[in-house]
Design a protein around this ligand. Structure first.
Ligand code: ZN
Length: 147
């Protein structure tokens, strides 16, 4: 696959130096998602208080795209409200569905626009979305519990 080399560096940097990796035993919701087509796995522990995401910790294994994407997700979503997180998650999903036609909203997605080139490769889109799907699942679970 061809990726702009700067973007490739951003992804590799998160892969080598993952943010918020290592599961926090205190959480509101825990989810485990697997991308069978590539063998990627991620476990997310999400803490939500008063509709604000106060913590996301994670563990996982798999390709650099899947692991770097989770790392960026934690940077982007911690300290956001659920509403803000939904906007960011939606924007990332749209970027991944763009088949290479979108460069992404850098105001919302920051470093995660580095995945724009990945959207041209359907098999890798699943890798990039793994952590985001897991987060959506965790957000739904934690809201169910608070009611
Ligand atoms: Zn993968």
């Amino acid at each position: 696959m061809e990726l702009d080399s700067l973007y490739q560096e951003v992804i590799l940097d998160h892969y080598k130096h993952p943010q918020h990796k290592g599961l926090n035993p205190v959480f509101s919701a825990q989810v485990h998602h697997v991308n069978t087509s590539c063998g990627d796995e991620v476990t997310l522990n999400v803490t939500i208080k008063d509709r604000k995401i106060t913590g996301i910790s994670w563990d996982g294994q798999g390709c650099s795209i899947s692991q770097a994407s989770v790392s960026m997700l934690t940077d982007l979503l911690i300290d956001k409200t659920l509403e803000e997180a939904e906007v960011i998650t939606h924007s990332f999903s749209e970027l991944m569905a763009s088949k290479g036609t979108s460069t992404g909203d850098a105001d919302l997605l920051e470093d995660a626009v580095a995945f724009a080139g990945v959207s041209k490769f359907p098999s890798r889109v699943k890798c990039a979305l793994l952590g985001w799907m897991a987060f959506k699942d965790a957000a739904v679970q934690s809201q169910g519990e608070s009611k």
